[in-house]
Design a protein around this ligand. Sequence first.
Ligand SMILES: C[S@@+](CC[C@H](N)C(=O)[O-])C[C@H]1O[C@@H](n2cnc3c(N)ncnc32)[C@H](O)[C@@H]1O
Length: 215
Amino acid sequence: MNTKLQEKDLRVISEQTLAHYQSRAHAFWEGTKDHDVTQNYQAFLEALPQRKGLSILDLGCGPGRDLKYFKNLGHHAIGLDGCPDFCQMARSYSSCEVWQQDFLKLDLPRQFFDGIFANASLFHVPSQELTRVLRELHQSLKENGILFSSNPRGDFEGWNGQRYGTYLELVEYQNFLKRSGFSLVHNYYRPQGKPCHEQPWLAVVAKKCSGPKPL
Ligand SMILES: C[S@@+](CC[C@H](N)C(=O)[O-])C[C@H]1O[C@@H](n2cnc3c(N)ncnc32)[C@H](O)[C@@H]1O
């Protein structure tokens, strides 16, 4: 994306993308509630301290499948999503606290979370805003906190139907993480067991390692 996005463009990006999810919230739940996310749960949890009661943010929690999973393990899981119906669905499915917030206007507590789980959500942040958003996540993590993210990969940014997306390959995504004060712990492509060209998802475990580099 070469042209600088203005404030109003960013507003449209969030509003239209969220409107897409809002208009099909129940169909989305039916289509994704049984997705096997085990590999992502494991990668995230293995990087965290091995105890119960961790403070976990599910960023872009959708209708709450993963929130409930973390809660059932004995963690203190909080959801965050910009889609009003997803927030309601996630609250009632998981009985967890869920914050309705836009990724582009986050208001997060500092040094609060042990881990942030961002499954199929951060790619909705325009690249122009990605370092800022990652830095806000960095600030909300405790020292050595873990950020897990899984995103569709590629070399494209823009509208994909009614949803805006930023599709990055590992090297480029890693640069964003580094600039934001994260170091790479582990990465893999999904789905498991397929040749690389049939693995459209890039999963990354990153650790809060230092203060972000000055812009
Ligand atoms: C592909 S869904 C993934 C949902 C869930 N994490 C999962 O794995 O099923 C992307 C999520 O990001 C949320 N989202 C997209 N853009 C957003 C924005 N600007 N602010 C807050 N949430 C947003 C959507 O509402 C949706 O829940």
